[in-house]
Structures are given as C-alpha cells and as structure tokens.
Ligand binder design. Structure first.
Ligand SMILES: CC(=O)[C@@H](O)[C@H](O)COP(=O)(O)O
Ligand SMILES: NCC(=O)COP(=O)(O)O
Length: 237
C-alpha cells in the first residue's frame, strides 16, 4: 500500500487571504486523518505566504498520523523542524521567491551540505527524505547523504500525462528501480492528482508515500461544491 499524505498548504493560502481562521488548517488536518489519510504534509516557506511557522507548531498537537514537513533547510526551517520533531522532514532546494518547488537536489554537488543537515535531523529521531528529479544518478548519489528516502519530483510526469504522453513515467520507473537497488525508500509528489495517480502507482515499484495538495484541494472544491450549493438553497427556501 502507498500512503497518502495530504498537503494542506492551500488551506492556509485561503485562510490568509481573509485573516481570521477560516478555513482552519487544524480542522482540515483533523478531518483528513478522520477520513483515512495516512499523513499530513506542510511546506512552510520563509515568507509564510501559506503555512506559518506557528501552524507547524500547532499541528504537532493534532497530527496523530505521519507528520511531514517540507522545506529548504535554511536555519529558521531547521530550528522549526528540530523543535516540532515531525515524523519526517523532506528537504527541498527551493528558492525563496519560487512560486512553488521547481527542481530536485543535485545530490552530488550538495552532498556535504546534505550529509550535515540529515545527520542533525536523524540525531533527533526525524526520518529524512530528499527531493530529487527522476534521475538515477541523483538517486544513487543520495545514498551517500545518509537519507532514509527520496521524494521523486513528479511535475514532469504530471504534465506529460496531461498531454497524453504515458512515456513520462519511464524516468520515474528507472529512478525507482535504482532507489530499490540502493535501499532508499521512495516517496513522490508535485502535481499528482485523481487523474494521474493510478498510473503512477501502478508503474512505480515500492512507492511508500505520496504527498498531494494542490490538485486534491481543487478536486475537493469541484466535487464538494454541488452539496454546499444545495445546502444553501435549502436554507433559502
Ligand atoms: C515539495 C513539493 O513538491 C511541493 O509541491 C510543495 O510542497 C508544494 O508547495 P506549494 O504549496 O508552496 O506550491
Ligand atoms: N511534496 C509534494 C506535495 O506536498 C504536494 O505537492 P502539490 O500536490 O501541491 O503539487
């Protein structure tokens, strides 16, 4: 079975657009777990444009499944993760001004940095995952960083799939086979959706976990809006 970790960044985006606490990230975190999700993911960015550092602390009290915090291991992020002690930290090399994550680590070039950062998290009992492109060389080199897992950056798969190109999964299959060979656990995420998740799951051997946010929240709106409109219409009779 592949675990589903629901990324709730977009709930915070909506909340922040009005101030106040609607929708509540804590309520949504509780609900997705009640509905069967295996984990909750957040990606606090330095500008706190969606998830705030305080959300990360508050969520510690309500996430009883797997708690995954993603981000670039700058000092403030490291201090936060070491304080909160989630189940897993996913290291992502994203620039401060990036709209969203847009590349995996070069695990060869940044090996020494990753070794130090990963050792610190592991000393504190936090499982580690390193965000990488679907590139066998990057997966193989990730072993030397000491990480437990890699997270395959699935944007290229998702966009190929959307254009009807099923071959987009091939580099991911190769990267996953390499990860299995070298003993790294496999996570995946970015732009996964109800449309493309089944084919990805069927093709990736030993896919441990996917984290899904943007599409899942959009799909929740699409699939839930009829019910809510009807609830309003009933009140207005
Ligand atoms: C690491 C990753 O793939 C991202 O998808 C991320 O966690 C989402 O971040 P945003 O919600 O800020 O786009
Ligand atoms: N690690 C990927 C993630 O948490 C969610 O990415 P997305 O579904 O918002 O693209």
């Amino acid at each position: 079975m592949t675990k589903l970790s629901v990324n709730i960044n977009k709930i915070a985006t909506l909340r922040n657009s009005r101030g106040g606490d609607v929708p509540s990230v804590l309520k949504v975190a509780k609900d997705v777990q009640k509905f069967g999700a295996h984990g909750v993911t957040i990606h606090p960015r330095p500008d706190e444009r969606h998830i705030r550092y305080q959300d990360a602390r508050d969520l510690k009290e309500v996430v009883y499944t797997e708690y995954n915090i993603e981000g670039n291991p700058i000092k403030s992020f490291m201090d936060l993760v070491l304080e909160v002690k989630p189940t897993q930290v996913t290291l992502v090399p994203d620039a401060e001004d990036a709209i969203t994550s847009n590349a995996g680590w070069d695990t060869i070039k940044h090996k020494d940095f990753l070794v130090d950062v990963i050792a610190e998290f592991k000393r504190n009992g936090i499982r580690t995952s390193v965000f990488v492109d679907a590139d066998e060389r990057m997966v193989e080199a990730a072993v030397a960083t000491g990480t437990d897992r890699v997270e395959l950056y699935t944007e290229s798969y998702a966009s190929a799939y959307e254009q009807g190109d099923l071959k987009g999964v091939e580099p991911f299959v190769k990267a996953a086979i390499k990860a299995n060979e070298v003993g790294l656990g496999i996570n995946a995420g970015h732009d996964l959706s109800l449309e493309n998740i089944k084919y990805f799951k069927e093709n990736i051997p030993n896919l441990l976990e996917v984290s899904i946010g943007h599409a899942l929240i959009a799909e929740s709106l699409y699939l839930g809006i009829e019910n809510v409109v009807n609830l309003y219409l009933n009140k207005l009779k």
